[in-house]
Each structure stands twice: as C-alpha cells, then as structure tokens.
Ligand binder design. Structure first.
Ligand code: HEC
Length: 315
C-alpha cells in the first residue's frame, strides 16, 4: 500500500523526471533503463569528415529518448525542457551464427548523453560522456562537458531540430515536418522514395517531376534517383493502378539511365499495361538490344531478361 502511494506520488509530481537525475554534485546520473526508452534511430558507421570512408568494423550509434519527452515531441514537434537523449555506441561484427554479409551490434563501447535543461545550461543544452571503466562497464555519473567540447558546435550547427539530429530519426523527422519545427538553416534533402510516392499521389506527376529533376541535379546517387528506387516506384504505381504515373516515372528512368536494359524492360511492361502496344514493343526491343552491352546487370537478371527476350521474340 505504502509502495503504491509512493509510486503514484512520484509519477504525479513528475519526480520520476523521466530519466533526468542529477546527483548531489550536480553530475548527471546515467539512466539505468534507457534501453526501455523510445528508440529514435540507429546509424551504422556514420562519418562526417570530408574524406571519410566507412570503416571495416563500423559502429552502431543507437539513439534513445525518454518516453515523456517523446510524448511532448509528438504533440508539438519540439523537445520539452528536461529531455534526455542517450547515444549508445556499439561495436559490430559480421562473423557469427548464420550471418553471411552485413553487420550486427555487439559490445557497448560508448555511452553519451544530451540534456535540454534551460535553467541549468547556458544555451539550453548540456552534453555528457560516460566513459568505460572496464569493458562493458561505464561510470555512473558524469560532469557536463565544457562549452569548448566539440559536441556543442557540431550539434548546434548541423542539428535539424534545435540541437538534435532529427534528420537521422525518420519518425521524428516526419513529426517535425508536420509541425514545421525544422531549423531554418537546415537544408531539406530530396524526399525519400515513399515521400515522393505520396507527393505524386497528392500533387500529380508534373509538379513531382520537377522535384525529381532537382534531386538528380543535386545528387545523382541520392536514394530517390537511383535506378533501383525509381524502378521499384514504377512497379508500385503499376500495382496500385496508377498506370499513367508508372509510365511517366519509368520513361524518366529510361531517359536518365539510357544504357539500362532493365529500365527499358520495365517501361515496356508499364506501356503494355497502359495499352500502348506499339511503344511497348519499341521499349521491349530496346531492352533486348541493350542486354548485350549493359554491364550493370547481375547474373540472375541477365538470365531472366535473356530468357524473356528469347521467348517473346524481342518482347
Ligand atoms: C561532427 C559532429 C558531431 C560531434 C562533434 C558530436 N556529435 Fe553527437 N551526434 C552527431 C550526429 C550526426 C548524431 C546523429 C546520430 C548518429 O550518430 O547516428 C549525433 C547524435 C547524438 C546524440 C543523440 C541526440 C541528438 O542530439 O540527436 C547524443 C546524445 C550525442 N550525439 C552526444 C554527443 C556528445 C556528448 C558529443 C561530444 C562528446 C557529440 N555528440 C559530438 C554529430 C556529432
């Protein structure tokens, strides 16, 4: 009974403070249960330097935020005062169990924190590091890092929402976009394929095509304009009976990737669905002739397309 009252008292007064606790010396106490918090995102081997390359053994950076703060963010697109973030850094391995390629996370090698606390920190934000004391063990509390620490400048200059890297947390990013709380200086990247799909549905092809052109001009290797993404979008439009949009995006793809047999083949399929028999045959014939020179095809695709061309006589 006593325990019940105590718990409800703490909850009601917010004294659980949702993970934020300082000790008597004003040091931040490392929250023990942050893995029960809300998962914002996980970066793998992210590097920020000019000539940075991904390491052979990339680290996983996983970001958690305290649950009450997340509720606040969902309601406003901003982080409430007293929000705590934990960045957990884990080593990775690609050797284990049935894994043949790719990485899975292993030991915790770093724990860092960011706290929004307007009363306590000049500028509103404090950054913390909880270094290792032994492998897998970390100090229990940490002093706020001095303003000269690299954390402050990088977060303030490059974070998309206040001091935080919401641009790398997809669900939070959607919320910030909805509430229009992205920092003015934050340069919005091209939409992801899913966002682009929704914009075509909402605004039509003509307007969206300009987005595509701009995205390609800015970064031809960006996630939206890679041939595979465009091709997949084409088939998604076909599957949802948006044949006109499918033809439009696959025409764009075929124009942008003129050496690609797959692009012509997909276009032929969309044109067939649209009842444009003659143009479909032309695209099909082009696919079959490109097959000889297209170096980008993997074996499985080459085999499938070769068979297709043989049986359908140039489609
Ligand atoms: C050169 C830029 C840079 C510096 C310097 C930097 N960070 Fe970050 N930080 C990032 C990026 C990018 C992310 C996004 C998540 C990731 O790493 O995958 C991030 C995420 C975080 C997060 C999760 C919450 C958020 O703000 O998005 C914490 C906590 C954090 N960093 C703490 C620190 C601390 C503590 C330091 C200093 C010891 C530091 N960072 C230095 C770039 C930086």
């Amino acid at each position: 009974m006593f325990r019940f009252i105590l718990i409800s008292f703490l909850t009601l007064t917010g004294l659980l403070a949702d993970g934020l606790k300082y000790d008597a010396d004003g040091q931040l106490v490392r929250p023990e249960n942050y893995r029960d918090w809300v998962f914002l995102g996980s970066g793998l081997g992210m590097t920020y330097g000019p000539a940075a390359v991904m390491s052979e053994r990339p680290m996983f950076d996983t970001v958690f935020v305290s649950p009450e703060s997340w509720k606040g963010f969902k309601a406003t697109g901003k982080w409430p005062d007293q929000t705590v973030f934990i960045l957990e850094i884990r080593a990775s391995s690609s050797h284990g169990s049935i894994n043949k390629a790719g990485y899975f996370p292993t030991d915790v090698v770093g724990i860092e924190a960011a706290v929004k606390d307007a009363k306590r920190f000049e500028g509103g934000w404090g950054y913390f590091d909880f270094p290792n004391t032994a492998p897998g063990e970390h100090v229990h509390s940490a002093k706020v890092l001095p303003k000269t620490a690299s954390c402050y400048a990088c977060h303030q200059t490059n974070g998309a929402v206040e001091n935080t890297f919401v641009q790398f947390y997809p669900q939070a990013l959607e919320i910030a976009e909805r509430f229009n709380t992205l920092n003015a200086k934050y340069e919005r990247p091209a939409p992801t394929p899913a966002k682009f799909y929704r914009s075509v549905v909402a605004e039509g092809w003509e307007k969206s095509a300009r987005t595509l052109e701009a995205a390609y001009a800015k970064d031809p290797k960006g996630p939206l304009v890679q041939e595979e993404s465009l091709n997949r979008l084409g088939y998604q439009f076909l599957a949802s009976q948006r044949t006109g949009d499918a033809v439009a995006i696959l025409e764009w793809t075929a124009r942008t990737y003129p050496k690609s047999a797959v692009a012509q083949y997909s276009l032929a399929e969309a044109l067939t669905s649209a009842g444009q028999v003659k143009r479909a045959a032309e695209a099909g014939a082009k696919a079959c002739s490109l097959l000889v020179t297209d170096k980008s095809l993997d074996e499985a695709r080459r085999k499938a397309l070769t068979q297709e061309c043989a049986t359908r006589k140039g489609l």
